[in-house]
Ligand binder design. Structure first.
Ligand SMILES: NC(=O)c1ccc[n+]([C@@H]2O[C@H](COP(=O)([O-])OP(=O)(O)OC[C@H]3O[C@@H](n4cnc5c(N)ncnc54)[C@H](OP(=O)(O)O)[C@@H]3O)[C@@H](O)[C@H]2O)c1
Length: 233
C-alpha cells in the first residue's frame, strides 16, 4: 500500500493564545504537521483541544537553553515554515520622562533577540524543508515612515529592530535558499490588540496564510501588511 504523503511542517512560537493559537488551528485543519510551542504547555488548554497532527512543546523564546534543546530534539527534521509569532507589547502607560527601561529590555528580549535565537537554532531544519520560509510577525508600529502619532517607544522600537534583524537574516540565509518575510497582521482582536481592534483573529490569520502560500523567493526581506500591501520602512 502506498504511504500517504505527509503534510508540510510548521513550527509556531507563542501558540498558547491569540494569533499563534489560530495559526496552529488553521494549519492543523489544513493537514499540516504543527509543532506548537508555548511557555506553559500544561496550561494551554485551547491548544491541546486542536484536532490534527499537533505536537505541543515547551518554548520560552527568551530561554536560549530551551531554544537549543528543542532544536536538538528536532534534529534532522524538516521545518517548512518557521513562524516567529510570540511577542509582547510591554507597559501600556508609557509617558515621556518615565519610560521603563527594565521593561524595555524584556520587550527586546522577546520581540527581537527571541526571533534571532530561533532563526539561528532552526536554520538547518528550515533548509531541509521544501518551502524554506521564516516568517516574523512584526507590526506597522515598527514602521518609521508610518509613525504619525508618536509614543509607544518600547514596542515601536522593538518591532523596528526586529525588522532590521529579519532583513539581515533574509540576506544571510539567501545562499541557503531560505526566504525570510515580515508580516503585519492588522490590528487584531487578541489580548494584545484589545476589543476595539478592527480585525477578527480568524480573518487576519486566513489572509496571512493566503499571503504566505503565494510568497516568491523575491519577497524575501520584504515587509507586508496582512492583505498583501507592502509597508514602507
Ligand atoms: N494583535 C494585534 O493587533 C497585533 C498587531 C501587530 C502585531 N502583532 C504581533 O502579533 C504577534 C502575536 O500577537 P497577539 O495579538 O496574538 O498577542 P497575544 O494575544 O498577547 O499573544 C501573545 C503570545 O505570545 C506568547 N509569548 C509572550 N512572551 C513569550 C515568550 N517569552 N516566549 C514564548 N511565547 C511568549 C504568549 O504566551 P503566554 O500565553 O505564555 O503569555 C502568547 O501566546 C506578536 O508578535 C505581536 O506583536 C499583533
Amino acid at each position: 500500500m502506498a504511504r500517504r504523503k505527509r503534510g508540510p511542517t510548521v513550527l509556531i512560537t507563542g501558540a498558547s493564545r491569540g494569533l499563534g493559537l489560530e495559526f496552529s488551528r488553521q494549519y492543523a485543519a489544513d493537514g499540516w504537521r504543527v509543532i506548537a510551542t508555548c511557555r506553559q504547555p500544561k496550561a494551554a488548554k485551547a491548544l491541546a483541544a486542536i484536532k490534527g497532527d499537533v505536537r505541543i512543546r515547551v518554548l520560552d523564546v527568551t530561554d536560549q537553553a530551551q531554544v537549543r534543546s528543542l532544536a536538538r530534539a528536532l534534529k534532522g527534521e524538516a521545518i517548512d515554515l518557521l513562524f516567529n509569532n510570540a511577542g509582547i507589547y510591554g507597559p501600556r502607560k508609557e509617558t515621556f520622562g518615565q519610560v521603563d527601561t527594565e521593561a524595555w529590555h524584556q520587550v527586546f528580549h522577546v520581540n527581537v533577540m527571541g526571533p534571532m535565537m530561533i532563526a539561528e537554532a532552526f536554520a538547518d531544519h528550515v533548509a531541509r524543508g521544501e518551502r524554506k520560509t521564516i516568517i516574523a510577525l512584526t507590526s506597522m508600529m515598527g514602521s518609521i515612515a508610518e509613525n504619525q502619532s508618536g509614543g509607544g517607544y518600547i514596542y515601536r522600537s522593538s518591532k523596528a529592530a526586529l525588522n532590521m534583524v529579519i532583513k539581515g537574516l533574509s540576506l544571510s540565509l539567501k545562499s541557503r535558499k531560505i526566504s525570510v518575510v515580515m508580516l503585519h497582521p492588522g490590528w487584531v482582536r487578541t489580548d494584545m490588540g484589545g476589543a476595539s481592534a478592527h480585525l477578527g483573529i480568524e480573518e487576519s490569520v486566513t489572509a496571512m496564510r493566503r499571503l504566505i502560500a503565494g510568497l516568491k523567493p523575491a519577497d524575501s526581506g520584504r515587509f507586508f501588511n496582512y492583505d498583501g500591501r507592502e509597508i514602507p520602512w
